[in-house]
Write a protein that binds this ligand. Structure first.
Ligand code: MG
Length: 343
């Protein structure tokens, strides 16, 4: 399970069995960048396998999750998602009513986002070979006017030859924005899982963010973006810092968090910053543009609770958080997954 947790063990697995085997330096954003999508010939490509348990949870299901997750991985490159591919692997005996609920949900979310399902694949395996249903979604995206504008704005303040919004784009002084409360998705899934079943009013944030991010790019000045899925905010900030070669300082009091998520995390002994989200983006923004981007995000339904949580700085190494009580804590990259199988 650690090999799938998104931490150090998974990195070792990828190094030995993926990066060592494939051409890893093809394209504008190559495989070796381990970014949210790969980019070759101005075409953005990404893929996700979804194994969430249970299949239905407060605020969503495996269908809405898979569409949102894949759209968001395209979107955080600054691209406009244009099409999805959908693969089902079903366990023999799967109730077709379950399949219908999932396909209804996929249909609804992809229509609302304006990103159609264009191709797919269906397989059935023997009972017990998998747990009910695995959904795999791939997505493609293209450049957009909003992305071109974003880089025009960046060019007014900083020399850059980047053409895509990458994890490695942060420089000293850039502000860090998170577009809403963290930890909701993981806690929502856990709250309805057998053996936990605690009372909770938290619903998953799983949602496509293409419309919100397009508006933010039209303001401009976004130099780095990532969706804080597996590994949560802690992993995202550490990846930003490591790939950009800069430290990051954040303030605990500025991180939006649902009080129930905070309480549930304390009860379970897990760090809410390590819990996966499915409808949030973390971005690095030029200091000159941060307030304007924040204002724009807060006017969108998906980004009402957006907040500037800190900045990139060479005064610290790694990711450091000023705590509510006035101390400082190092935010380590997560080693394991506090809540497995939430995506
Ligand atoms: Mg991602």
């Amino acid at each position: 399970m650690k090999h799938g947790a998104g931490g150090e063990k998974m990195r070792q697995l990828l190094d030995s069995f993926v990066l060592a085997k494939f051409d890893k330096d093809v394209g504008d954003v190559p495989l070796s960048a381990l970014d949210d999508s790969g980019i070759v010939d101005d075409l953005v490509l990404t893929i996700d396998g979804h194994t969430v348990k249970p299949l239905f949870f407060p605020g969503g299901d495996i269908g809405s999750l898979s569409v949102a997750g894949t759209i968001n991985d395209v979107v955080v490159m600054g691209a406009r998602p244009v099409a999805l591919a959908l693969g089902f692997v079903m366990e023999e005996g799967l109730d077709l009513e379950i399949l219908e609920r999932v396909t209804n949900s996929i249909s609804k979310v992809s229509r609302e986002a304006g990103v159609p399902i264009m191709t797919g694949d269906t397989k059935v395996v023997e009972k017990g070979a998998i747990d009910e249903l695995v959904v795999t979604t791939a997505g493609i995206g293209v450049r957009s006017e909003a992305l071109e504008h974003n880089f025009e704005v960046i060019g007014q303040y900083r020399q850059t030859d980047e053409r895509w919004v990458r994890d490695s784009g942060l420089r000293e002084g850039d502000k860090i924005i998170v577009t809403g409360t963290v930890g909701d998705h993981g806690i929502a899934v856990l709250s309805c899982r057998e053996g936990y079943g605690f009372e909770s009013d938290v619903v998953s944030d799983a949602q496509p963010l293409n419309k919100m991010i397009e508006k933010a790019l039209r303001v401009g000045g976004i130099v780095a973006m990532k969706d804080p899925t597996r590994g949560g905010l802690a992993n995202t900030l550490n990846e930003f810092g490591e790939k950009s070669g800069v430290g990051i300082q954040i303030e605990e009091g500025q991180i939006p968090m649902n009080p129930t998520v905070h309480a549930a995390s304390e009860m379970l002994g897990i760090d809410p910053l390590e819990i996966g989200n499915e409808g949030k983006v973390v971005m690095g923004v030029l200091p000159e543009m941060a307030d304007a981007v924040l204002e724009c995000l807060r006017k969108t339904p998906e980004g009402v609770q957006s907040s500037i949580i800190g900045e990139a700085t060479n005064e610290v190494k790694g990711v450091v958080m000023k705590t509510l009580v006035g101390g400082r804590r190092i935010v380590e990259p997560p080693i394991g997954d506090p809540i497995p199988r939430i995506c």
